[in-house]
Write a new protein. Structure first.
Lengths: 173, 173
DNA sequence: TGTAATCAGTTGTCGCGTCAACCAATGCGG
DNA sequence: CCGCATTGGTTGACGCGACAACTGATTACA
């Protein structure tokens, strides 16, 4: 029954502590920069980016929630705020009248186009610039391995396009 | 002025997306298990562990906040709740009457002693077991490099002892 | 010694995310 | 075609963390 807990070795503990610290500090750092420079949460930014990358700038709420790794209530609240700010619009889906479609507005596109450079710079200066090319590859593998445990359904594996290499989003204007 | 943003390469973007996903999912997974099995947040667990590892089971609030990487207001709120639950006690520090000392109670010790095995198991099954020894070492280096950027003051570098290899906490009873 | 600046900690307010409850539409078995 | 489960989404209440304002003690400095 009580299968003698295997406590962490010194190496395991050291790596774990650092990972936890990283996981705790990173979101705050991302939010801080985006809030300061664009008035957006990192999550809101991700939502807008996902919509901006969608084929017709439109996505169903459920799909969007899945892509951004959010619960539906959370997305619903965020969507309401974004809509109030004129960054997205919501309207009932014609095909399935239960569903709601969300579309990013021109103002929304403009906002993320303006915000993207600063955000990328933050990502570089806080994370990527600290890593060698080998480490980048290792990070990819390690995070992948952990995510396979943490998120077996790979809901967010779909979360590509986050803000890839180019301004995939048309430079509004 | 507008120094042409260097967008992320495909490799960079892929690694980054995974890291962000990891940072977003990990805290929730830790909280979920601990809340379910011990009624504790991962942060509360960390606070209790830090106190349990302190020389006389006692620590000043500021020191504790630093060790757990929390703001003082946050710790104050959490300490109030923990005290209400009888897991810690607070009393003014004799030497510096501005300061407050927090001590973990026997009930608190008992709780983390009971909770630790399940938590370690979660850490193993969700993270450590997914990694090879080489990857563990790589993770240590990578997280260290990023933390140096993210947390230059290394406030949480002190956060050792998180729940290292043994029941450093005396098996209450 | 007296006054200003700083430190340690608490408290209140606000915003966000979770959870549970709810409504509406769809699909499915009879 | 009718009931019933399921899906899609919204809403409201609650809890936690951030921030700002505040109290009280200590130090610095004149």
């Amino acid at each position: 029954m009580t299968s003698e807990t295997r406590w962490l070795s010194t190496e395991e503990s050291a790596a774990w502590v650092r990972l936890v610290a990283l996981a705790e500090l990173l979101p705050g750092a991302l939010d801080a920069q985006l809030l300061r420079d664009a008035g957006l949460t990192h999550f809101e930014y991700g939502v807008l980016m996902a919509l901006g990358a969608a084929s017709d700038r439109t996505m169903r709420m459920t799909e969007l929630a899945s892509r951004t790794n959010a619960t539906l209530p959370r997305l619903s609240h965020v969507a309401r705020r974004l809509e109030e700010r004129g960054l997205i619009r919501r309207f009932p889906c014609p095909e399935d009248r239960r569903a709601t479609n969300a579309t990013i507005t021109d103002a929304g596109l403009q906002l993320i186009a303006d915000a993207a450079p600063g955000h990328v710079e933050t990502v570089r200066s806080n994370v990527l610039d600290a890593l060698s090319p080998e480490q980048l590859e290792q990070l990819y593998a390690i995070a992948g391995a952990v995510l396979a445990r943490l998120d077996p359904d790979e809901r967010l594996a779909a979360t590509s396009c986050q803000f890839s290499e180019g301004p995939a989003i048309a430079r509004a204007g």
